[in-house]
Design a protein around this ligand. Structure first.
Ligand code: SF4
Length: 207
């Protein structure tokens, strides 16, 4: 669904169809203005850290992000991340996927805790780009907006500039990671077994 900036700023989040997209000039200032017009201010509700159905809110992470979370106290690679659950068959006995996602426990991110009765991320300073920039994604010339109780808030937000800068940085980072993955994918034959292809290489899963 595509909407206008004027209508987006005064929308009722309960009646809108998500995700919606807005065309946006690709400058940090214009992005920040748009985020401010959308009335975004994170209220730390933790809704984006929980799934409402099976593959919802999977948090995709790059190898660098997995390592950063592991160093920040997340534990081993396996305890931080699991393969993206959509595998494509190849050869006679192989299948591959291109992504890792943060592990969940039940319907929630395994790093979601409670502090003083409120949701809190236990690896907040090392959280991945998807978490830093929720509920927004830059896609081509559009800003995609996902459901979030932090939208349409009346109070002025101080987060708009930081969010705009993070969105642009995320886009650069993801383009670079995509290029690394493309080179790995095209650079050598796919091995048998279940394989995760990421910017580091091809990892055959055991077990
Ligand atoms: S980004 Fe939105 S859904 Fe996530 S914690 Fe903040 S207000 Fe809640």
């Amino acid at each position: 669904m595509r909407t206008s900036i004027a209508s987006a700023g005064s929308m009722d989040p309960r009646s809108i169809e998500f995700p919606f997209r807005l065309h946006v000039p690709r400058t940090e200032g214009a992005l920040a203005d748009l985020i401010r017009a959308l009335g975004f201010s994170c209220i730390r509700c933790g809704e984006c850290c929980r799934a409402k159905s099976g593959d919802e809110h999977l948090v995709l992470v790059s190898p660098d992000e997995v390592r950063e979370i592991a160093v920040a106290g997340g534990g081993s690679w396996e305890s931080v991340a699991e393969p993206f659950p959509c595998f494509t068959p190849h050869g006679s006995a192989g299948s591959h996927t291109f992504e890792w996602c943060l592990r969940r426990e039940g319907d929630r991110c395994r790093f979601l805790r409670e502090r003083g009765g409120f949701p809190a991320c236990s690896v907040y300073l090392s959280r991945p780009w998807i978490c830093r920039t929720y509920p927004f994604v830059l896609e081509g010339e559009d800003l995609l907006v996902y459901p979030c109780p932090g939208l349409s808030r009346a109070e002025a937000t101080m987060e708009a500039e930081a969010m705009a800068a993070d969105l642009l940085a995320r886009q650069c980072f993801e383009r670079e990671e995509e290029e690394r993955v493309r080179k790995v994918f095209e650079g050598s034959p796919l091995p048998q077994g279940r394989v995760v292809i990421d910017g580091d290489g091809m990892k055959v899963l055991h077990g």
